[in-house]
Design a protein around this ligand. Structure first.
Ligand code: FAD
Length: 385
């Protein structure tokens, strides 16, 4: 019997979803080349980018499990069994996520990405290409052009059986899809931006109760904190851009925090607060919906490239991981026939992804406002922030 030719896949983007998809595609027998615009984060001292830590929940863990990485990732995570609400008067109120043994996990984004890249690299027929930025493509023909970073203006051309677009919220692959007829696309920037601050360890220990996702809900804006392995907490302040802009000096910032988040000031430290607030500008938050996710039997987008969402449901990465699992299940069901798998994936996955997008937008209000309400305290809910 004639041996079937090995199919090739080009994964564009070596973030969380791209690295995971590389593991899945290698397991399905593809020859996989992953192209990432940035240098290899495993060799970098400082990685600039979004959120230092993330909440990993059930749907994300299921996807990690199938590629044999759940235990490795979970052992480095910190369980969070409840929200800890910080009222303005200093009262602390825990609100459990569910039953006493149910929790979500705080995990380090960089470590998780590194674990996934190393796992991908160790699989058969996988090659990782860093400093390769996608600059143009022909999705119908499976052709991609990358610009190599590193001095000279070198371009690399690639032809592949499957383009896997995992290049994040501002996806270059999706930009090509937008130009196609009957491609639905919408994006929305919310008025809020976000900024990260740090609560360092105090006397070598966590400065707040460890196994909680801390929330300071203040209606118009809010702050959250997730624990890190090094006993610090990463705080994220979500606030309308015009409010960020009103705080012009270090003293303005300290005054604002003393009024609105008084218990956090001794934990962050006044000097550190002043310094960190002005170090980087607040970053925007975008929500993207589109349909379909594929082009013929050649290209498909997943993760933030397909459904970037506001982070208030803690599900962007989890949903992106679940995309990989769902795609793999459809590959199994349809015998890896890409002409059937890709349309099936778009049809099956888009209603769920759109629903999670909507839930994230709903939680944008719930987290900063409704957690203060009586009604909220009577409800039980486990998978979200
Ligand atoms: P990305 O992580 O953005 O990776 C895309 C990769 O593609 C990057 O490495 C980029 O360099 C590369 N790339 C981009 N363009 C090109 C190109 N042209 N050529 C080659 N490579 C390219 N999710 C959760 O589940 N839980 C949370 O608690 C959570 N918290 C969050 C907090 C904040 C403040 C934010 C902003 C997001 C949060 N998210 C959370 C969402 C999560 O960060 C994203 O959903 C997740 O990172 C998406 O992964 P991705 O691989 O699709 O995209």
């Amino acid at each position: 019997m004639e041996k079937q030719k090995q199919k090739s896949a080009a994964v564009v983007g070596g973030g969380l979803v791209g690295a995971m998809n590389t593991c899945y595609l290698s397991s399905r027998g593809f020859k996989v080349d992953l192209y990432e615009a940035r240098p290899d984060i495993r060799t970098m001292e400082i990685v600039r980018g979004r959120s230092i830590n993330l909440a990993l929940s059930y749907r994300g863990r299921q996807a990690l499990k199938k590629v044999g990485l759940e235990d490795q990732v979970v052992q480095d995570g910190i369980p969070m069994y409840a929200r800890m609400i910080h009222d303005l008067n200093g009262t602390l109120r825990p609100i459990p996520y569910g039953k006493s043994d149910q929790y979500i996990m705080s995990v380090d984004r960089r470590k998780l990405n590194e674990t996934l890249l190393t796992a991908a690299e160790e699989r058969p027929d996988v090659t990782l290409h860093f400093q390769h930025k996608l600059v143009s493509c022909d999705l119908e023909k499976g052709k991609l052009t990358f610009k190599m970073n590193g001095g000279e203006d070198v371009h690399v051309e690639v032809t592949t059986d499957l383009i896997m677009g995992n290049d994040g919220a501002y996806s270059a692959i999706r930009k090509h899809m937008v130009k196609r007829p009957r491609f639905n696309y919408s994006q929305e920037y919310i008025p809020h931006g976000y900024m990260e601050l740090t609560v360092p360890p105090h006397n070598g220990e966590f400065a707040m109760a460890i196994n909680y996702l801390h929330i300071w809900p203040r209606n118009e804006y809010m702050m959250i904190a997730l624990p890190n392995q090094d006993k610090s907490f990463t705080l994220t302040l979500f606030m309308p851009f015009d409010m960020f802009e009103q705080l012009k000096t270090g003293d303005d910032v300290v005054k604002f925090f003393m009024e609105k988040f008084p218990d956090s000031v001794p934990l962050i430290g006044e000097e550190s607060l002043k310094e960190t607030y002005f170090r980087l500008p607040p970053l925007p938050l975008v929500s993207v919906k589109c349909f379909p996710y594929h082009v013929s039997d050649k290209a498909v987008i997943m993760g933030d490239a397909a459904h970037a969402m506001v982070p208030f449901y803690g599900q962007g990465m989890n949903c992106g991981f679940e995309d990989c699992l769902v795609f793999d299940e459809i590959m199994e069901k349809l015998d890896s026939d890409l002409s059937k798998v890709l349309p099936e994936y778009s049809m099956y996955r888009s209603p769920d992804a759109h629903a999670i997008n909507d839930l994230a937008m709903y939680n944008y209000i719930e987290m900063r406002k409704s957690v203060n309400s009586r009604w909220f305290l009577m409800r039980k809910k486990v998978d979200a922030f």
